[in-house]
Write a protein that binds this ligand. Structure first.
Ligand code: ADP
Ligand code: 5GP
Length: 388
């Protein structure tokens, strides 16, 4: 951009809370120093349309950078505050927003082709059940086991509908079994950062969009992903906190039998899938990749074992749910108390204590684990103590 940075922006106390109102552009701009860079988040109104833009000032080269911005971004409403958290993300608190849309996070991502990349993530009060990633060779019975789980517990589990460039099989429905797409559109969506993971499987492109997982999780269900081992590896490396289950056949001969009995692929595809199966069975042994391995031998017994291992994981990792998840308030102002707590001033003198000690997940998905506690109106509060 080659523009001089206003001295006021460089010298403001940007390390902590930063709020600036810019009367010329009818918007709010905050600047937050993070390492050698300053992240400028600017909300503006133009012809009734709100937008939030991010620009970066590199203190070393003294130049402006326009980053690639991934993820669903906040809609600007009347201003925001910005705070640097844990030296790894910037929290944006939108003013005059409902609580479930007021806390957003901006994170630096890995550079792509030398260019800066940042990603937005929406903050969610409370935690969601961990998604379950199910992998295993084609024909092992993943779909069969997942269908049984969804049929028995329709309100507990939801399926992450992947995108694929392969053609639909008979009885497969678009938007239900897969989002059937073409390679050009899918590659564009991948470049635009819409995918949590993707892989080339049996010569077609398959991928899990961020939306596919969030739609299920936001609806309060536990998300199930049926993805290949490469996809599982990518999810492991992502911000999504999930459990990983690998389904094994009782023998290679039985796998071949099931694949042929399903009769959904031509011989050439069956051969390809069997070749890939050997590699997947080997790769699944990588230490730390899968939490559980389940042999799908006798179906009912394997299904019971699947339910048991999910239940044992739930006991080992109990879920914290906020009692105030659905609270609707208008956030009118924000005050930083500590690195982990904010005070949100709401309408009618109400105050909320926002606790960000237990954040989970993050860009480009959701950032969960926020908690809020009501505080008595200022006049009645005793030294600002919280009333739980
Ligand atoms: P995947 O989703 O892993 O590709 P499917 O669920 O489509 O596999 O199962 C492949 C075939 O094997 C289907 O015809 C299914 O009915 C059958 N099948 C699944 N599980 C078992 C099992 N435990 N015993 C015998 N056949 C099975
Ligand atoms: P199929 O063509 O039999 O439906 O699926 C072939 C393989 O693609 C299976 O191993 C399945 O787990 C995998 N797969 C399906 N959806 C995805 C996805 O979104 N990402 C990845 N990486 N693999 C997927």
């Amino acid at each position: 951009m080659g523009e001089e940075v206003p001295e006021s922006m460089l010298n403001s106390s940007v390390e902590k809370l930063s709020v600036a109102y810019d009367s010329e552009s009818a918007g709010y701009r905050t600047s937050t120093n993070f390492g050698d860079k300053m992240y400028v988040v600017e909300g503006s109104e133009y012809r009734g349309k709100s937008s939030v833009n991010v620009t970066i000032f590199d203190h070393l080269t003294r130049s402006w950078i326009i980053p690639t911005v991934l993820g669903l971004k906040p809609v600007h409403v009347g201003g925001h505050s910005a705070v640097l958290l844990n030296n790894d993300r910037i929290s944006i608190v939108k003013k005059d927003s409902m609580l479930d849309d007021s806390i957003w996070f901006l994170e630096e991502q890995k550079k792509v082709l030398g260019s800066e990349v940042v990603a937005w993530s929406k903050g969610v009060i409370g935690n969601a059940p961990k998604p379950i990633v199910i992998s295993g060779p084609s024909g092992v019975g993943k779909g069969t086991l997942i269908s049984k789980l969804m049929k028995e517990f329709p309100t507990t589990y939801g399926f992450s509908v992947s995108h694929t460039t392969r053609a639909p099989r008979e009885r497969e429905l678009d938007g239900v079994h897969y989002h059937f797409t073409d390679r050009i559109s899918m590659e564009k969506d991948i470049r635009d950062g819409k995918f949590l993971e993707f892989a080339s499987v049996h010569e077609n492109l398959y991928g899990t969009s961020i939306e596919a997982v969030e739609v299920v999780t936001d609806s309060g269900k536990r998300c199930i992903l049926d993805i290949d081992v490469q996809g599982a590896r990518s999810v492991r490396a992502s911000s999504l906190d999930a459990i990983f289950v690998f389904i094994c056949p009782p023998s290679f001969e039985e796998l071949e039998k099931r694949l042929r009995a399903r009769a959904t692929e031509a011989e050439e595809q069956i051969q390809k899938r069997l070749r890939n199966a050997r590699a997947e069975l080997d790769e699944a042994k990588s230490p730390g990749l899968f939490d559980h391995v389940l042999v799908n031998d006798e179906l009912e017994l394997s299904y019971d074992n699947l339910k048991k291992l999910i239940a044992s994981d739930e006991i080992a990792n109990p879920l914290h749910r906020s009692t105030m998840k659905n609270l609707k308030v208008l956030v009118s102002d924000v005050e930083v108390k500590t690195d982990k707590t904010f005070l949100l001033h709401c309408d009618d003198n109400d105050q909320l204590f926002l606790d960000i000690s237990y954040l989970k997940g993050g860009a480009p998905g959701r950032t969960r684990g926020l908690d809020v506690y009501p505080i008595e109106p200022l006049g009645d509060a005793v030294n600002g103590s919280t009333q739980l």
